[in-house]
Design a protein around this ligand. Structure first.
Ligand code: FAD
Length: 350
C-alpha cells in the first residue's frame, strides 16, 4: 500500500537530506578534543590536527594521520591484502591500514571509533577463521611495526606487535650469538601478536612456560585510542591477565610486548619415528610417555595421519618431534628414562 502523502514527502526529504549532506563532506563538523589521557607521540597526531581527524570520513581520517591505507578503490593490492589464511572466509573490509608508529595506531583506532567501524588488529594473518578481516570493519595491519630489541643484559626482548614469531626468534638468537631465545611456536610465519596473546605454546614450553608466562609488560592501544603501559605493578592487573592468553583482537591492539628471553646453551632437535602405523591408542600411550619426560624436552605427536612433507612425502606413520635443551647424549638418556625404546621402535610399548 502507498504511504499517505505527508509521510511520502517526509521519506523523500529524509533521502534528500542523507544524499545531500553526507558526513564526510563536512570536515570539522564533528570536531572534538583528544580524549583525556591521550598522549600524542612522534608528533603524528597532536593538538589542532585532532579536530580535523575526527571530522572527515574514515579513509580521509587515516590519510590525514599519514597512515598508508588500502580501500576497495586500491584495486588488486586491496584484493590481495584482504585475503586470509582460511579459504572458508572471505570479507571486504572498509579499509586496511598500515600504521608505522604507536601514535598512528592510536589515530587509526580513534578514526574508526569516530565512524563506528570495528577494528581488527592483524599481525601474521594466521588466524584460522579469518578474524582479522570482516566486511565493514577496519583491518589494522601491524606489519610495519616489527622491530625486536634487547635490553637488561639480553634478558628482556621488546617485540613490536607486528613481528612474526620467526622474526622475533631470529633477531634474538642472532643478537645473542644463539645463546638466548624466546618461547616461539612451530612456524616462523605465525604472528607474534596472535600467537602470544593466545597463550603461545612452543617447543620450549615444558622448559620455560608459554609465551604468555614470559610476558613482563605490554604497551597497548585501547578502544578509545589511549596508549597504556601494563605490567604487574601498573594497577591494570585485569588487563595484563586478559592479554596473557585471552586471545588476540579482543581487548586492545598490542603495539609492544616485553618478554623474558630464555638461555639455551645447547639445544637438540628430536625426531622419533618408531616405524609403526598409528592405532587408536597411540595418542594416549604417547601422552603417558611425554608426561614422564624431563622438562627440558618438549615433544609433539602429529596424529593427523597426514604426511609430514618436511621429512618425507611418504612419512605417514607415527611422527614425533621435539626440542631438548641439552646435549644429544643427555636428551637420548632422558627419553629412555621416560620409557622410549632406544632401538627406535616403540611397537612393544604400543
Ligand atoms: C601454520 C600454523 C602453525 C601454528 N603453530 C602454532 C604453535 O606452534 N603454537 C601456538 O601456540 N599456536 C600456533 N598456531 C596458532 C596461532 O598462534 C594462532 O592462529 C594465532 O592467532 C595466529 O596469530 P597471527 O598474528 O599470525 O594471526 P592474525 O590473523 O594476524 O591474528 C590472530 C588474532 O590475534 C589478533 N591480533 C594479532 N596481533 C595482535 C596485536 N598485536 N594486538 C591485538 N590483537 C592482535 C587478531 O586480531 C586476531 O584476532 C599456528 C597456526 C598456524 C596457522
Amino acid at each position: 500500500a502507498r504511504p499517505p502523502l505527508p509521510l511520502l514527502l517526509l521519506l523523500l526529504l529524509a533521502n534528500v537530506a542523507v544524499l545531500t549532506f553526507p558526513e564526510p563532506l563536512l570536515p570539522g563538523a564533528f570536531a572534538r578534543d583528544a580524549p583525556e589521557g591521550y598522549v600524542p607521540q612522534d608528533g603524528d597526531v597532536a593538538g589542532s590536527a585532532w579536530s580535523v581527524l575526527t571530522g572527515v570520513g574514515l579513509t580521509d581520517c587515516l590519510t590525514l594521520a599519514n597512515i598508508t591505507t588500502l580501500t576497495g578503490a586500491s584495486g588488486r593490492a586491496y584484493d590481495e591484502e584482504r585475503r586470509v589464511l582460511s579459504n572458508f572466509s572471505e570479507a571486504w573490509p572498509t579499509a586496511i591500514a598500515y600504521p608505522a608508529s604507536v601514535a598512528q595506531v592510536s589515530a587509526a583506532v580513534i578514526c574508526a571509533a569516530r565512524h563506528h567501524v570495528p577494528v581488527h588488529p592483524r599481525c601474521g594473518n594466521h588466524a584460522n577463521e579469518g578474524e582479522t578481516v570482516s566486511t565493514g570493519a577496519l583491518t589494522l595491519d601491524l606489519r610495519n611495526m616489527s622491530s625486536v630489541t634487547l635490553e637488561d643484559g639480553n634478558r628482556l626482548a621488546r617485540i613490536q606487535g607486528g613481528s612474526t614469531v620467526g622474526n622475533a626468534i631470529g633477531s634474538i638468537q642472532l643478537a645473542t650469538n644463539y645463546t638466548r631465545t624466546v618461547v616461539g611456536g612451530q612456524r616462523p610465519t605465525v604472528g607474534w601478536g596472535g600467537y602470544a596473546l593466545g597463550g603461545g605454546f612452543g617447543a620450549l614450553t615444558r622448559y620455560a612456560g608459554l609465551a604468555s608466562d614470559n610476558m613482563v609488560s605490554l604497551t597497548a592501544v585501547m578502544a578509545d585510542g589511549k596508549v597504556v603501559n601494563v605490567d604487574a605493578g601498573s594497577g591494570a592487573a585485569d588487563l595484563l591477565w586478559a592479554l596473557r592468553g585471552g586471545g588476540g583482537g579482543n581487548v586492545a591492539a598490542v603495539v609492544e610486548f616485553v618478554v623474558r628471553t630464555v638461555e639455551v646453551p645447547v639445544v637438540n632437535m628430536l625426531h622419533y619415528d618408531p616405524g609403526t602405523e598409528p592405532t587408536s591408542d597411540t595418542a594416549a600411550v604417547l601422552a603417558a610417555l611425554f608426561i614422564r619426560l624431563d622438562n627440558r624436552i618438549t615433544m609433539r605427536y602429529d596424529g593427523s595421519g597426514l604426511p609430514d612433507f618436511e621429512i618425507s612425502a611418504n612419512d605417514i606413520g607415527i611422527d614425533i618431534e621435539g626440542l631438548c635443551v641439552g646435549t644429544t647424549a643427555e636428551c637420548i638418556d632422558a627419553m629412555i628414562e621416560a620409557g622410549f625404546q632406544d632401538d627406535g621402535n616403540v611397537s612393544n610399548i604400543l
